[in-house]
Design a protein around this ligand. Structure first.
Ligand SMILES: [Zn+2]
Length: 269
């Protein structure tokens, strides 16, 4: 089976989105769109130009962040296309835009389109409502769970490190084909990339453990020691993900935290 896959890059480059969000349009005549992208007129007209007179059979999104679903309602209205969402996306999507409710229907573990079949995989971690979309022997669309250029950001409380690591294991065991991420270039060896990301998290946990060996430190201090001098724009993202890791290490009984004058200090348990 051959499926036509078109990637259209949105004009929203930033420290967290890299060159911007990738929108994927699949199929020949009956199209499926994954992650419409940010609310940008320029991006919308690029999508509409490519789609032309063809039918958009359905639209899905990997999660509720604005750089993925900013255009969701507009595109769905213009093309008169249904939006398929997972159970885990109901609250977050409708909270983002209540108008979505009238255009959405629920998907289960598979979506059968006119041209192919898509398996839906709930992969919480980057966000609680994150899904990857898998077309066996063709591609795995990984959204922000696995990115092509960097590790993903995990911001509490919607993000969760334990969930993220479990979702990585899940995808590692499934991904026998290329991974097409929402940011950055395609990843040819998906299994290897998942393992690298798991190893990276384990390495960070070890670094935190060593850093806290003889010290009681707060989040800013730990971030500075572990990340050293990094771009100021990236420090907030690094801090968020590190905080999620620290919470995970507390759950695992490795470290503890104590509040002193409104600031949490972390130490070895
Ligand atoms: Zn995101």
């Amino acid at each position: 089976m051959l499926i036509n896959i078109k990637k259209i890059l949105a004009d929203n480059p930033s420290p967290s989105t890299h060159e911007g969000t990738n929108t994927y349009i699949l199929g020949n005549e009956n199209l499926v769109i994954i992650d419409p992208g940010p609310d940008s007129d320029k991006h919308l007209s690029k999508l509409i130009n490519y789609i032309g007179k063809r039918k958009v059979e359905l639209i899905v999104a990997t999660h509720h962040h604005a750089d993925h679903i900013g255009l969701l309602h507009k595109l769905s209205s213009i093309k008169n296309s249904p939006i398929f969402i997972g159970r885990g996306q109901i609250n977050t999507f409708y909270k983002y835009d209540s108008r979505l409710e009238e255009r959405c229907c629920l998907f289960e573990s598979t979506i059968l389109t006119r041209e192919f079949r898509i398996n839906t995989i709930h992969t919480p971690g980057h966000s609680s409502d994150h899904y990857c979309f898998h077309i066996p022997s063709i591609a795995l669309f990984s959204g922000d769970h696995i990115m092509g250029w960097s590790t993903t950001m995990i911001r509490l409380p919607d993000g969760n490190m334990r969930d993220y690591l479990e979702s990585l294991e899940l995808i590692k065991n499934l991904s026998h084909e290329q991974i097409l991420p929402a940011h950055g270039e395609k990843i040819l060896d998906g299994k290897k990339r998942c393992q690298q990301l798991i190893d990276h998290r384990n390495k960070r946990s070890l670094q935190v453990k060593n850093t806290l060996k003889n010290a009681e430190l707060n989040l800013s201090e730990i971030t500075e020691i572990i990340y050293g001098k990094i771009n100021k724009k990236l420090i907030d993202y690094a801090k968020c993900t590190l905080e999620a890791l620290l919470e995970n290490m507390i759950e695992n009984n490795i470290i503890k935290k104590e509040k002193k004058k409104d600031i949490y200090y972390y130490s070895i348990k």
